[in-house]
Design a protein around this ligand. Structure first.
Ligand SMILES: CC(C)(COP(=O)(O)OP(=O)(O)OC[C@H]1O[C@@H](n2cnc3c(N)ncnc32)[C@H](O)[C@@H]1OP(=O)(O)O)[C@@H](O)C(=O)NCCC(=O)NCCS
Length: 141
């Protein structure tokens, strides 16, 4: 997606190269309008990155539901992801699609920024980017 400045994603003290990850593209009239990239390890299904070209048109939900379906079909224990304290839209979005806050990792962005120095100090609204919030959807076994 256009707004991505790098293909590397830093979270939970690890730098993940997203370019090689599998995922799904959402299309509308043949045009790509959304992308989700995932990483599956030890029956844990991580949404590493998700982005849409238009907001609040149901594209993000469609991508997440595709991920939930794949996670269920492959007997994953949970779907999880990390966002940051400044991303109010994402925090609302993940809860709307049924995920719950699993952990607040205070000041974790400091470690992520040491791995990826291009993470800005502040978000678009001027809020300091400092904490990582982990959301999850637990799947019945
Ligand atoms: C976050 C993002 C993926 C959401 O995708 P989207 O296509 O706008 O979301 P949808 O239209 O499918 O919305 C799904 C639900 O979330 C809710 N929602 C989405 N954005 C919201 C917001 N800013 N505030 C409150 N609720 C929101 C919708 O109302 C909808 O709820 P409903 O189905 O119960 O009515 C998209 O806004 C985006 O690409 N943001 C920029 C990149 C980004 O921040 N990615 C996440 C990084 S961790």
């Amino acid at each position: 997606m256009q707004e991505w400045t790098s293909t590397a994603v830093a979270r939970r003290g690890e730098l993940v190269e997203a370019a090689g990850l599998p995922g799904y593209v959402a299309r509308l009239g043949g045009r790509p309008v959304g992308l989700v990239l995932v990483d599956v390890r030890d029956r844990e299904y991580e949404v590493v990155a998700i982005s849409t070209t238009a907001q609040r048109r149901g594209i993000g939900r469609a991508l997440m539901e595709r991920c939930f379906a794949e996670a269920r079909a492959t007997a994953c224990r949970r779907v999880w992801l990390v966002t940051t304290n400044n991303n109010i839209a994402a925090i609302a979005f993940y809860q709307h699609v049924g995920m719950d806050l699993q952990a607040l990792h205070r000041h974790a962005v400091r470690m992520s920024r040491s791995l990826k120095p291009t993470i800005p100090l502040r978000g678009a609204t001027g809020v300091a980017i400092d904490h990582e919030l982990e959301f999850e959807l637990l799947l019945p076994s």
